[in-house]
Design a protein around this ligand. Sequence first.
Ligand code: NDP
Length: 247
Amino acid sequence: MIKDKVVIITGASAGIGEATAKLLASKGAKVVLGARRADKLEKIVGEITRAGGHAVFQELDVTKQSDNDAIVELAKNSFGRLDVTFLNAGLMPNSMLSALKTDDWHQMVDVNIKGVLNGVAAVLPTFIAQKAGHVIAVSSVAGLKAYPGGAVYGGTKWFLRDFMEVLRMESAMEGTNIRTATIYPAAINTELLTTISDKGAAAGMQQIYDKYGISPDRIADVVAFAIDAPEDTTINELTVGPAAQPW
Ligand code: NDP
């Protein structure tokens, strides 16, 4: 059930995170939004509240453990509990390895991998103590297949497949009832392509998204589906993309 669940959403200022925040709030969840752009979060919280929903926000950089810990406290102080964390923040500055965009490589590792580790570290003590919780992460089809130009991005998303599966297995072994879901989206129209600093890679990706991209609302629907499943059921992996996209 979604109603009254308290849900943290990282990367909630745009794209998939924003769409998911609005959908879950419309279904009665209490959403706790984090991202670096507080002005955007404030606007989204206003929209949710005016529509009759419950939402709060905090400026959050997922690369900082203290920010991740603080948003857990915000969720508990605002709504009395925490049920779900949606670890969605990420970026995709694709380029050929030969371009040696090493700053981009390191930023992807910091946000897409370490950001998830920080987010999980922040919620685990609560989820273990209450013997309940739900960790949902956004990988990518680039976490299932290799793409030229996406060596590092894909690597950060392949990481999630392993990490989330082991989280699921260990929780089941330890009896802590932590549900997991990993989402593998294909081309979704968001601000993601603005993170590509390599002009050639950006133009190539833009063509794909112009041709195939679908709304982030489709991913929000899938997140809602995973949360809505009965508490004894984990909907573990979901690959979602445009029906027309061949690869
Ligand atoms: P957007 O660029 O629209 O949204 C990304 C979000 O992440 C923004 O809200 C941004 O907010 C936030 N973010 C980036 N860096 C940080 C940080 N250091 N700390 C906190 N928040 C951060 O892209 P999408 O909605 O598409 O991306 C969401 C997730 O979906 C990503 O993990 C992406 O890899 C994944 N994905 C997307 C696909 C697509 O086709 N769009 C396909 C497959 C996977 P701010 O800048 O305000 O911090």
